[in-house]
Design a protein around this ligand. Structure first.
Ligand code: NDP
Length: 283
């Protein structure tokens, strides 16, 4: 029987657990607080930021929004991040990417205090993840692991084929699958025998950014398919990197788009905020 992994339902379970934790922290006098910084008017970013704000409200996390004009200089943004780093009442800082081209993203990511880096993009957190130390895990990859675990899909010993090697999805999910004792193959645009490699995958994670790229002939029967892609079709509808209709009858489990990995990403952001608040509260 094939299972449609319900990211929305599982993320709601996680949000309710977080809600409970937030109220326990508040009883101890700690109000978990996230600062969200958005530079410019990118429509997709505005939607992401507003969804993150709503999710914070739902669980009781205080969120502070800093909406800056697109002309904001790199120096001004770095100075704001510094102020947020120094504020003891702020436990998490999120600078929404992408930033306007005149601002170097790497410089901004580096400027965030690693203890408040709820996106898990700072090299200190990336390094900690790669050597198996405690770290803020990047939200999408952490959400995928949680989704698999809560769907009772074991990773240990499985051949996991990841397509995509970006810093925010492909590389960290490969590290996390390895940490969970998967055997990991990482593919990218220069991979020669992609189809053959995919056909060997017990678990396939597609993070490519190409609509309906993975088709039924590329997978083995009974595979577990995780679709990270968010692509907008000409008709305005969203679709993933996996051709859902083509693959769904051949798999043992598959995530839909929307409603699969996306909601898990937000749930893990909330999780990281609470983790930050707890850790800073213990200092
Ligand atoms: P990037 O564009 O940074 O990376 C895409 C990766 O796919 C690259 O490593 C690239 O290889 C690889 N790739 C491109 N074409 C091919 C090909 N023909 N064959 C094999 N590999 C290929 O994207 P992101 O990782 O940031 O995002 C991927 C997708 O996930 C996007 O649709 C994005 O919108 C979505 N996303 C969804 C999130 C969620 O919450 N659900 C969160 C983050 C992203 P190479 O390195 O060689 O160029």
């Amino acid at each position: 029987m094939n299972q449609i992994m319900d990211g929305k339902k599982i993320s709601n379970e996680i949000k309710n657990e977080i809600k409970q934790e937030v109220s326990e922290l508040k009883e101890k006098g700690i109000e978990p607080t996230l600062a969200v910084v958005l530079v410019g008017e990118d429509p997709a970013s505005k939607i992401y930021v507003s969804n993150k704000k709503k999710a914070c409200e739902y669980v009781g996390i205080r969120s502070l929004s800093y909406l800056l004009p697109k002309e904001t200089t790199e120096e001004e943004l770095l100075s704001l991040v510094q102020t947020l780093n120094n504020r003891e009442d702020i436990h998490g800082i999120l600078v929404q990417l992408p930033l306007p081209s005149h601002i170097q993203e790497e410089k901004v990511i580096m400027s965030i205090d690693p203890k408040k880096d709820v996106d898990g993009f700072h090299p200190i957190n990336v390094g900690a993840l790669s050597i198996g130390k405690k770290a803020f895990l990047p939200c999408t990859p952490a959400g995928i692991i949680e989704l698999l675990k809560r769907s009772d899909i074991s990773i240990e010993g499985k051949h996991c084929v990841v397509i995509g090697r970006s810093n925010i999805v492909g590389k960290p999910i490969s590290m996390l699958l390895l940490r969970e004792n998967g055997t990991v193959t990482v593919c990218h645009s220069k991979t020669v025998n992609l189809k053959e490699l995919c056909q060997q995958g017990d678990i396939i994670v597609a993070a490519i950014g190409k609509a309906n790229f993975i088709t039924a002939d590329m997978i083995k029967p009974g595979a577990v398919l995780i679709d990270v892609g968010i692509n907008r079709l000409e008709n305005g509808k969203l679709c993933g990197d996996i051709d859902f209709n083509d693959c769904k009858d051949k798999v043992s489990a598959i995530t839909p788009v929307p409603g699969g990995v996306g909601p898990m990403t937000i749930a893990m952001l909330l999780y990281n905020c609470v983790l930050g608040a707890r850790q800073q509260g213990e200092e």
